[in-house]
Ligand binder design. Structure first.
Ligand code: ADP
Length: 305
C-alpha cells in the first residue's frame, strides 16, 4: 500500500528518557487520523522518526512500506508540517514557497495556488518575520501541499489558529482525506480532533493507549447514566431503587445509573408512570481522553514545555 503509514515496535531513547516505547500502529488513507496525547507523550518524536529526521533506537516507521528518510521521495509523496516557526523570517511567503518549489522540481504556478488555498494570497509579498503563528501555520500547510502529495503529516497544526482558521483547517483536512490521501494530524487536545478525525491513535508516555475509530474511543468513556423525566416520579423512583439503581434527583429530571434505559422504560410501564424523557448519556470524548491519559499527565507535570 503506497500511502499507508506503518509504525512497528518503534522505540526512541534520549539518554535516560524514553520518548517512544515499542509503539505500533497503522494509518490508512481516506480519512483523517488524529494523533493524540498530552504534551510530552512522544508525538513529535514519532513524527520526526517517521519523516526520517531522527533515527529510531529500534523498530521501524515507514510510509508506503519504505523508510521515508532513505527513500527521499520528496514533497510529491509526503507533505509535512512539523514546526511552523521554523522558517526564514526575512523572506516573503511567496519567495519561501518558490525556493521550496524550485528545489523540489515543482512548477512555479503551484506557489500561487497553494497560497490561495491557505488564504495567504493577499499577503504573499510580505515578509514571514511579521507573520502571526496562525499565518505561519497556514504557510507551513501551503508548503506541505506544494507537491500535491498523497500523504500529509501535520504536527499540532491548529496551534495558534483563530476560530475561523480552525474551521477552515478542519474542512481542508476532511477534504484532503476524502480525496483519498493519508492525513495524519497530531494534537494534545481532543476537542480539536473530535470534529474532524474519524480514526484516533492515542499515546501517553511514549506508549500506545488506543488505535481505533472515534466512536470506539468514545465508548471507552463509558455510560454517564440515563436522564429521566417522569410526571409522577415517586413510584418510578421506588421501583428503580428496588432494582438497585442509583437515582439523583435534579430540577426537572432524574439522573439514573445502575440500570439501562430499556429497563427504566419497562419499570415505568409496569408502574403506569408516563415518561417525558428517557435519554442515555454518553461520556464525552474529552472525558474518555482525560481518563485514559491521566497517568501520563501526572508523570510529566515537572516538565513544562
Ligand atoms: P509531544 O510531541 O507529544 O509533546 P515529544 O515527542 O516532543 O512529545 O517528547 C517526548 C519526550 O521526549 C519528552 O519527555 C521530551 O522531553 C523528550 N524529548 C524529545 N526530544 C528530545 C531530545 N532531542 N532530547 C532529549 N529529550 C527529548
Amino acid at each position: 500500500m503506497e500511502h499507508v503509514i506503518e509504525v512497528s515496535e518503534l522505540t526512541k531513547r534520549y539518554g535516560d528518557t524514553t520518548a517512544v516505547r515499542d509503539l505500533s500502529f497503522t494509518v490508512r488513507p481516506g480519512h483523517v487520523t488524529g494523533f493524540l496525547g498530552p504534551n510530552g507523550a512522544g508525538k513529535t518524536t514519532t513524527l520526526r522518526l517517521l519523516l526520517g529526521l531522527n533515527t529510531p533506537t529500534s523498530g521501524t516507521a515507514t510510509i508506503g512500506g519504505r523508510d521515508f528518510g532513505a527513500a527521499r521521495r520528496g514533497l510529491h509523496h509526503v507533505g509535512a508540517l512539523l514546526d511552523a516557526q521554523d522558517v526564514h523570517g526575512g523572506r516573503t511567503a511567496r519567495a519561501h514557497l518558490r525556493a521550496l518549489a524550485a528545489s523540489n522540481g515543482i512548477e512555479r504556478r503551484r506557489v500561487g495556488e497553494v497560497l490561495d488555498e491557505v488564504g495567504l494570497g493577499d499577503v504573499a509579498g510580505r515578509r514571514i518575520g511579521g507573520f502571526s503563528l496562525g499565518m505561519k501555520q497556514r504557510l507551513g500547510i501551503a508548503a506541505a501541499l506544494l507537491g500535491d502529495p498523497s500523504v500529509l503529516v501535520f504536527d499540532e497544526p491548529l496551534n495558534g489558529l483563530d476560530p475561523e482558521g480552525v474551521q477552515w483547517l478542519r474542512a481542508l483536512l476532511r477534504r484532503l482525506a476524502a480525496e483519498g490521501r493519508t492525513v495524519f494530524v497530531s494534537s494534545h487536545q481532543m476537542s480539536e480532533m473530535e470534529l474532524c478525525a474519524e480514526q484516533l491513535i492515542v499515546i501517553g508516555r511514549g506508549e500506545l493507549i488506543a488505535a481505533e475509530s472515534l466512536g470506539a474511543f468514545a465508548a471507552r468513556g463509558g455510560s454517564q447514566g440515563v436522564r429521566v423525566r417522569a410526571r409522577e416520579p415517586e413510584r418510578l423512583v421506588s421501583a428503580l431503587l428496588a432494582e438497585g439503581a442509583e437515582v439523583v434527583p435534579g430540577e426537572q429530571s432524574l439522573s439514573v445509573t445502575g440500570v439501562d434505559a430499556e429497563r427504566i422504560g419497562e419499570l415505568a410501564l409496569r408502574e403506569g408512570v408516563a415518561l417525558g424523557e428517557l435519554t442515555p448519556l454518553a461520556a464525552s470524548l474529552e472525558q474518555a481522553f482525560m481518563e485514559l491519559t491521566a497517568d501520563s499527565v501526572d508523570y510529566l507535570t515537572g516538565e513544562p514545555r
